[in-house]
Design a protein around this ligand. Sequence first.
Ligand SMILES: O=C(O)CC[C@@H](O)C(=O)O
Ligand SMILES: [Zn+2]
Length: 419
Amino acid sequence: MLKPRSSEEVSRILRHCHERNLAVNPQGGNTGLVGGSVPVFDEIILSTALMNQVTSFDRVSGILVCQAGCVLEELSQYVQERDFVMPLDLGAKGSCHIGGNVATNAGGLRFLRYGSLRGTVLGLEVVLADGTILDCLTSLRKDNTGYDLKQLFIGSEGTLGVITAVSILCPPRPKAVNVAFLGCPGFAEVLQTFSTCKGMLGEILSAFEFMDAGCMQLVQQHLRLDNPVQESPFYLLVETSGSSTEHDTEKLSCFLEQVLGSGLVTDGTVATDESKAQALWALRERITEALSRDGYVYKYDLSLPVEQLYDLVADLRARLSSRARHVVGYGHLGDGNLHLNVTAEAFSAVLLDALEPYVYAWTAGRRGSISAEHGLGFRKRDALGHSKPPAAVQLMWQVKALLDPRGILNPYKTLPARA
Ligand SMILES: O=C(O)CC[C@@H](O)C(=O)O
Ligand SMILES: [Zn+2]
């Protein structure tokens, strides 16, 4: 494992590896869920751990420029002290690196409000396979000069270049943040609550997350967290972020009155102070951790039409019956993103055969994506064809050949294994 401190050092490492055909596995916080940041055979790990300096922060525009190895939570604290927030947040914030977030185009919990990194990342510095430093580290909101090359590296999982620095637009820190945790009697009610929520809270809505009863059971059992509302088939976490506490609280109360009164929601609790809000968020954020304590986990991260978001979970529960320990669904409902997880006592090829390609074909049949936000990495690369046509995969190979002709950058990741 090599730990460079600067882009120049990364450049020298890659030039050396390129000349000698040595494979390189770029690695940030190593928190990914598809094996994109772990070496497979004989790669040299190129870690961004020591590249953790903030270069600049503009207090008027909110533009942060920093090295790729800055830990997301530390950047969050840094900009919050200056009255801004990072445009992304995820459960792994304590260890993930911003460079890894960008390389994987991580989604997370603020996507609904601030959108994709494809919009908030303004510029990148990238070291190419042969060691060339590509300085596209601009901090402009608007720039239509030629092809937007940074987009090639966002979400490319370190297969096209190594991101060494990032320029990112941070929104102002919301003055009022409210979190409501609600219990819903069925998935139809979840969808209606979402529509009502968008209608009544649209401009201050910053998160709309859901989890099923199975997830609640897992966080209670493995993490000893308490369910703050009545037991229900589904739970929702709704967050609002705005500039006026009074205004937001009043709007949220009207919304709660409406959904409770009409029976869409059976019980609810609201947090206005930070510690209660954090406790409610923990119920949702820590599901992954609870699952990992339940046994071997088969993980799926799907984009689906929101009306059909839960159908596959119910379908799989029936299909797998006692072969699985738990089949649970949760995720970023507001973004049409389902996290479907299946746990079992141990890995079983029989169970895997029951899941794949079934889950992928089911998703493709609804024109969904087989990886909404986690990427393909090593584990899912062979499923790419379920979400992209052959012509697109072919073009991806051509881009790879152009940027990394010797195939030294994160080999065995993202693109399917070739026969
Ligand atoms: O573990 C998972 O399947 C999802 C992890 C993460 O994307 C989340 O939203 O909690
Ligand atoms: Zn997620």
